[in-house]
Design a protein around this ligand. Structure first.
Ligand code: FE2
Length: 282
C-alpha cells in the first residue's frame, strides 16, 4: 500500500475548505521542463489563418468548432487583446496565446510524464478518487499586460459527472501574485450547489442556470503561489483570477480529473473520439 501524501490535517482542510495549497509539490526544475517544452510547441505552432477564426463575432461558429474539437487534441487559443479587428497579431506570437489545451497530458510525452508522475496518482487516491481519469489539461499563460480575467466559476459546471467528481490540479509554473493574476477562491464554497452547467448540443453550447443564487464576486481569498506549488480545487469550489496588467507572466499548468466510477455526462462540451478513451495514471 502506497504511503499517503496528505497529512490528517490536510485531509481535514480539504473536507472543510474545498481546496489545498501544497507548497513546493513539484521541483523548480520540473516546472522549467514544462515551460521549455511549451516554448518548443509554440515555436512549431503556425498561427497564420487562425487569426481570422478568433477575430470577429461572424466567426463565432468556427471558433466554437475549434474549441469544441480540442478535447482530444493540442490547440492554441489567443488572448482577446492579442488580435486586431482584422485578426492580425498585435503582439509577438509567443505573447499572443491565452492557453493551450486540452489533451497535452495524452499527446505530448513531456506533459504525459509530468501528469502521470506517481505522486499525483497517490494524491488522487488520497482525495477520494476511486478510479481517477485524466480528463483535461491546459497550459495557461496569463500573459504580461494582456492576460485576460477568468470570472468566478465552478469547474464541475464544465466537466460534469453523476455524481459530481471533478477535481482540479493547478500547478504554478511561475510565481503567482496579486499583481499578475493569482487564483482567488471561496473557502468552504464547495458546499454550494452547482450554480450552472455548460451544455453542448452538436456544435452549439449554452449555459444553463441551475441555482438562483449567483456565485460570489466579492470576498474570495487570494492564493499567491510560488513556482512548484500545487493548488487542488474541488469541482464545486467557486474560484476566479484577475486580468494580468503587470509586466510579468503567470504561467500555470492545470489538470482536471474525474472518477471513472461516475458517469460522464453526454452533453459535456469536452468529448473524445471513440478510439481515444480517457486514461488514468497508467
Ligand atoms: Fe477553473
Amino acid at each position: 500500500m502506497t504511503q499517503p501524501i496528505l497529512s490528517e490535517g490536510e485531509r481535514r482542510a480539504w473536507v472543510d475548505r474545498g481546496y489545498l495549497h501544497l507548497e513546493g509539490f513539484v521541483s523548480a526544475e520540473a516546472c522549467a521542463v514544462l515551460r521549455e517544452r511549451m516554448a518548443e510547441l509554440l515555436e512549431s505552432f503556425d498561427p497564420s489563418g487562425l487569426g481570422t477564426v478568433f477575430s470577429t463575432d461572424d466567426q463565432r461558429h468556427a471558433q466554437d468548432r475549434y474549441f469544441l474539437d480540442s478535447g482530444d487534441r493540442i490547440r492554441f487559443f489567443f488572448e482577446a487583446l492579442a488580435l486586431d479587428d482584422r485578426g492580425c497579431l498585435t503582439v509577438e506570437k509567443a505573447r499572443s496565446i491565452n492557453k493551450v489545451g486540452h489533451a497535452l497530458h495524452d499527446l505530448d510525452p513531456v506533459f504525459d510524464a509530468f501528469s502521470r508522475q506517481p505522486t499525483l496518482a497517490t494524491l488522487a487516491h488520497d482525495l477520494g478518487l476511486a478510479q481517477p481519469l485524466l480528463l483535461q489539461s491546459m497550459y495557461i499563460f496569463k500573459q504580461p499586460g494582456i492576460g485576460g480575467e477568468v470570472t468566478c466559476h465552478q469547474d464541475s459546471a464544465f466537466l460534469h459527472t453523476e455524481p459530481l467528481s471533478c477535481i482540479g490540479f493547478w500547478f504554478a509554473l511561475e510565481d503567482a501574485t496579486l499583481e499578475n493574476g493569482c487564483l482567488f477562491v471561496e473557502p468552504g464554497g464547495h458546499r454550494r450547489p452547482l450554480a450552472c452547467r455548460f451544455r453542448r448540443d452538436g456544435y452549439t453550447t449554452r449555459m444553463e442556470q441551475l441555482d438562483p443564487a449567483p456565485l460570489p464576486t466579492e470576498g474570495l481569498v487570494p492564493l499567491e503561489a510560488k513556482t512548484g506549488d500545487l493548488i487542488v480545487l474541488h469541482g464545486q469550489l467557486p474560484h476566479r483570477s484577475a486580468a494580468n496588467r503587470s509586466p510579468r507572466s503567470r504561467q500555470a499548468y492545470t489538470l482536471h480529473l474525474i472518477d471513472g466510477t461516475a458517469s460522464y455526462s453526454a452533453d459535456n462540451w469536452l468529448q473524445r473520439a471513440a478510439d481515444k478513451p480517457l486514461r488514468g495514471f497508467v
